[in-house]
Design a protein around this ligand. Structure first.
Ligand SMILES: [Zn+2]
Length: 472
């Protein structure tokens, strides 16, 4: 090769690397600026989400998105949602991303830094919402702006809905959109970063979750009535004793172990990282029928594993009697249940009746049931997460999970849109600060999470997916 040509090639390669590096710097700066802007807009329930929604709408407009594709809408002035439609070629049904804009209250006096001032310190970004979930709001907005600038044409519409009031639930944005603007968010499926994310153990990425379902909340009130009387003349038939007897029977009862597609894959995925005994027990509950002794050991070792295996019901409140010197006329308890997604309140109530085994204990259901079916594991979604994740975090695993608590995904699942909790944002599994003080995310983890979402959005909306999985 001639010297001049070699020199030119070296120059060209160096220039290309330089251009790539400066592109990375530009994209990271944009994501950071958007993140900072969101953190510094107080969007607790007292202030609402409208200002944050408007700020993001302004950024999208100046990036060249059409006014008619950007909606800032909601039930009232304070609780508006932002809905963007990034128009594609219409080859497939749209994909919807939801992410809430509101944050849990944070009192400056409880924190060691100001919760509403974006702060970078010692490798972390601090501020309310840095992990729940303004990090992914910023990521979604930064990525669609980046894609727009790159002239990207998705093969399907990409809908981004940044929503109100997930933490308080009074003017819930997803619920409101489903009820009032179903057409704006209608999609093949939905990605909800709030339900996903990755775990770091001692600084190393170990697991990334794909949430496909969640347990369903239902509470019951138990009540025993009695004619009462003077406490100086007690009789054996006593409202408190009867209720206590029923509660004690409930305390010893366990709902049957019942695994679904997601929890089965979850236990299969985590087994290898567990100690010998726990691994053997996990294998034993994966059999049909599940081994009950193994289930009992797992339940004792982990409240989380127990919650993943079965419907649970637990006594959470108790009240009885009206005077220190009177026999109780009323005794009440509240039982809070978290049902498996395919369980139902009538079944749970029938089981409670038989376990309490006393017809003087009446049972009343306190909430209407919420039917949010499990979203099926789809290879066209989970396979992409696996691919991108294996390049970005080699050696970590990807496991489907069922949340034990509730997320906004349930409104869409109930309405027939499957939802997948997916996010590339990793956090220390032994130092979770969401809803707590000094909430923070690692600077590297934030930028990696943004990059993951960029590749994921592109992979979901382009024909030649493998092209986008390669490392930069
Ligand atoms: Zn959240």
């Amino acid at each position: 090769m001639k010297k001049a040509l070699l020199g030119f090639l070296v120059f060209f390669a160096a220039n290309k690397i330089f251009a790539q590096e400066s592109d990375i710097a530009i994209n990271q700066k944009m994501a950071r600026d958007i993140f900072k802007e969101l953190i510094e807009i107080n969007s607790t329930s007292k202030f609402g989400s409208t200002r944050a929604a408007e700020a993001m709408a302004a950024r999208l407009k100046s990036a060249g998105f059409d006014d008619s594709d950007i909606q800032v809408i909601g039930p009232d002035q304070q609780h508006k949602n932002l809905v963007l439609r990034f128009r594609g070629q219409g080859k497939f049904k749209p994909v919807l991303f939801i992410c809430h804009l509101d944050v849990v209250e944070a009192l400056p006096m409880d924190w060691s830094v100001d919760p509403f001032t974006f702060l970078e310190r010692d490798g972390y970004f601090y501020g309310r919402g840095t992990t729940d979930i303004k990090n992914d709001d910023a990521s979604l907005i930064a990525n669609v702006i980046r894609l727009k600038k790159e002239g990207y044409k998705p093969n399907r519409d990409i809908i981004i809905a940044l929503t109100a009031d997930e933490e308080m639930g009074n003017a819930n944005g997803v619920n409101w959109l489903v009820t009032n603007h179903r057409d704006l968010i209608n999609a093949d499926f939905c990605v909800n970063p709030d339900g996903g994310g990755g775990d770091l153990k001692n600084g190393k990425p170990v697991n990334m979750a794909i949430q496909t379902s969640e347990k369903i909340y239902v509470s019951f009130r138990l009540e025993v009535k009695n004619k009462g009387g003077h406490s100086s003349l007690p009789v054996k038939d006593n409202a408190i004793y009867r209720l206590a007897g029923g509660l004690t029977r409930l305390a010893y009862y366990d709902f049957p172990v019942r695994l679904n597609e997601t929890t089965r894959k979850y236990f299969e995925g985590i087994a290898s990282g567990e100690s010998d005994q726990v691994r053997t027990d996990i294998m034993a509950i994966l059999m049909t029928p599940p081994d009950t002794a193994a289930a009992r050991r797992l339940q004792t070792s982990s409240a989380y594993y127990n919650a993943m295996m079965r419907t649970t019901c637990v006594a959470t409140m108790l009240s009885a009697g009206h005077a220190e010197n009177a026999l109780p006329q009323t005794a009440q308890a509240i039982i809070n249940c978290r049902m498996l997604p395919d369980d139902n309140p009538d079944n749970v109530m029938a089981i409670l009746k038989s376990v309490l085994a006393d017809d003087q204990i009446s049972i009343i259901r306190l909430n209407t049931s919420f039917d949010a079916p499990l979203s099926p594991l789809r290879e066209d979604i989970t396979g992409l997460v696996q691919q991108i994740s294996s390049v970005m975090w080699p050696g970590g695993r990807v496991t489907p999970i069922m949340s034990t608590g509730a997320t906004d995904g349930r409104y869409l699942r109930r309405d027939g849109i499957p939802v997948y909790g997916i996010s590339g944002m990793f956090g220390d599994m032994d130092d979770v600060r969401a809803h707590g003080k000094d909430e923070r995310i690692g600077v590297k983890e934030f930028y990696d999470g943004v990059e993951f979402m960029y590749r994921f959005i592109k992979a979901l909306s382009s024909d030649k997916t493998d092209e986008h999985q390669k490392p930069e």
